[in-house]
Design a protein around this ligand. Sequence first.
Ligand SMILES: CC(C)(COP(=O)(O)OP(=O)(O)OC[C@H]1O[C@@H](n2cnc3c(N)ncnc32)[C@H](O)[C@@H]1OP(=O)(O)O)[C@@H](O)C(=O)NCCC(=O)NCCS
Length: 171
Amino acid sequence: MIKFGALRREDMPLILQWRNQTPEAWRDPRPTTITQQYDWFDKVVSHNPNGRYWGIYLDDKLVGQVELTSIIWEYGTAEIGLIINIDYWSNGIGSAAVKFALEMGFNYLGLQTIYGESYKCAAADFWEKRAKKWGGYTTTLPLRKRTYDGELWDILYFSWARDDWNILNDR
Ligand SMILES: CC(C)(COP(=O)(O)OP(=O)(O)OC[C@H]1O[C@@H](n2cnc3c(N)ncnc32)[C@H](O)[C@@H]1OP(=O)(O)O)[C@@H](O)C(=O)NCCC(=O)NCCS
């Protein structure tokens, strides 16, 4: 059974390992050291009032992490971020985490818009499908590309609006 809970400091080595396995997915793909990862937990996860971070647990084992960041309370906006342990991909855990974050953002944090970006060389198809299914919006821009492995890749911009998601979601 999938559960969402507080991230723990001891989760950092695993999250770092997953992150370093998928450089194609990140806006800032610089390799990260364990010191930087603990620093992120201490300074950002524990203290940033404009972000919310959850561990994703399957039968009490950490299998991923999901977050709402860059929250601007005045505008009701936040960016969604997500990572799942590669050994557990394609089991529906990522989808469950997106639903959870939308529900938390819209029904508990009072957000109006939850958005993100993803690259065609990474998980753009994943987000495109979730957006279609749950009343979201997507677009790409002609001159905005991401370089990875010597190629230029489309950037998918996606978002959900509170009202549309509430009407179309399949809870
Ligand atoms: C993207 C990610 C979170 C998906 O997690 P997941 O647990 O595999 O998600 P699900 O099992 O719910 O996936 C469902 C669908 O996405 C597809 N999918 C999964 N990973 C994908 C990827 N990297 N690229 C394209 N499609 C992907 C699956 O084939 C499946 O397709 P379906 O809906 O036709 O059945 C996971 O692949 C991941 O952590 N990737 C690395 C980090 C990343 O890209 N994060 C997003 C940053 S914007």
